[in-house]
Design a protein around this ligand. Structure first.
Ligand SMILES: [Fe+2]
Ligand SMILES: [Fe+2]
Length: 407
């Protein structure tokens, strides 16, 4: 093959690859899984050591995702993705400049910036972590209407021998092309998350305990505990990420059935009596009803979690099996037992209890961590699946980062 045709087929291969990845992106639902995939693929295209994504939120750049092959264990849970760092959209910083001007920036050496630039390189992350940033490509993520939804930064491109080099023209072209397609997936992911938050807002209008931050936390805890649990079980990372994509969203909907419970019970300032509690239990069945004719995997999992998040490993939870009489649902005495409860619901049960105990309620104060963690240990094998409790304790640092991010 002569040089020209080999270059041609190389660029056609790369283009086809970008299109294939875009197709895969379009199958994902959750914004976090989408960002993870975008960063992973962009880094692959550039053989880059690290990368991060910032999204525009309330006129600021909010740090949303990070990957770094030198700092983070490959494919393990990463607490740093829940960092609450925000950066103003102005020309003082590299990502701020890109978001403000809509321009792609190519920097060959972060520590030797041209004086003509208005921004400076912030080396605090390098200092703290021991990482050394060298070449940087910063791309604004724009929608078709040219609205900037975020900024992607790819760091330290390497040649095939693993030597760090500046981003060459070919790689710049691929990444820019990829970023323009990725923005669509990001917009869709943000929209899905917002629709779910809005659904929960309806539940929140009824039950002030079910706040947006509570559901974001429970969604994130459930997704991350699942990630650890599945690694422990030897599952493949690709499979884990696919499942995690729908777990976070469906766990956010765990209590959506509360919209069907009367105000007098939901808003009662104090503990419920037995009769009221029995009515309250029906929120699980109401949630299940919302997804009764589920066809997508997301709907099916939402249905299972809504129905089964109050079941207990030892069979003492609810609703177990139930029947309808005079227009009312009646739960049976016995709950589902052990592995009869799907794993996602077993995990959501722990995530929900952990979060509720750490939150103030009309009838109780917020509990200190020591007391909460003691209860969780005591309930290992009783209320909670022992393997789920073990996975939870393995990623306690991630759990705490999530709590801080959505407080
Ligand atoms: Fe519930
Ligand atoms: Fe809840």
């Amino acid at each position: 093959m002569n040089n020209v045709s080999s270059t041609h087929s190389k660029s056609r291969d790369a283009l086809e690859k970008v299109l294939k990845i875009t197709g895969e992106l379009n199958k994902l639902n959750d914004i976090d899984t989408i960002l993870d995939k975008i960063l992973e693929e962009a880094r692959k295209l550039a053989r880059a050591e690290a990368g991060s994504i910032f999204l525009v939120e309330k006129n600021k750049l909010k740090f949303r995702y990070v990957q770094n092959e030198l700092l983070y264990q490959k494919d393990s849970n990463n607490k740093d993705i829940y960092s609450d760092l925000t950066i103003p959209i102005n020309t003082d910083s590299i990502v701020g400049y890109s978001a403000k001007t809509g321009k792609t920036l190519i920097i060959d050496d972060a520590y030797n910036l041209d004086d003509s630039h208005p921004f400076t390189f912030n080396s605090s992350f390098d200092k703290k972590s021991g990482f050394r940033t060298c070449s940087i490509m910063t791309v604004p993520l724009k929608t078709h209407q040219n609205r900037i939804v975020g900024v992607m930064q790819i760091i330290n491109s390497k040649n095939p021998d693993g030597i760090i080099m500046p981003f060459n023209q070919e790689i710049q072209n691929y990444i820019s092309f990829f970023a323009s397609h990725a923005s669509l997936a990001i917009e869709r992911g943000i929209m899905t998350r917002e629709i779910i938050l809005r659904m929960m807002k309806m539940a929140e209008l009824r039950d002030p305990n079910e706040t947006g931050t509570h559901v974001q936390r429970v969604g994130a805890y459930t997704a991350e505990i699942y990630h650890r649990w599945a690694l422990n079980k030897g599952k493949k990372i690709e499979e884990i990420k696919k499942r995690k994509d729908i777990i976070r969203l469906s766990a956010m909907l765990h209590d959506v059935g509360k919209v069907g419970i009367a105000d007098a019970i939901l808003k009662k300032p104090g503990r419920l009596n037995e009769q009221e509690y029995n009515i309250m239990k029906q929120h699980t069945i109401f949630g299940w009803q919302l997804f009764e004719n589920a066809t997508s995997e997301l709907d099916m999992l939402s249905r299972d979690i809504a129905l089964l998040h109050h079941e207990k490993w030892n069979g003492k939870g609810y609703p177990g099996s139930f029947h309808k009489e005079n227009g009312l649902f009646h739960c049976m005495e016995k709950g589902k037992l052990g592995e009869e409860i799907p794993i996602e619901a077993r995990i959501c049960a722990l995530a929900d209890v952990f979060d509720a105990l750490g939150s103030k309620r009309v009838y109780k104060e917020k509990w200190p961590d020591s007391k909460i963690l003691k209860i969780i240990k005591e309930e290992r094998g009783n209320h909670f699946d022992p393997d789920v409790v073990d996975a939870f304790f393995q990623i306690l640092d991630v759990i705490k980062a999530i709590r801080k991010r959505y407080n």
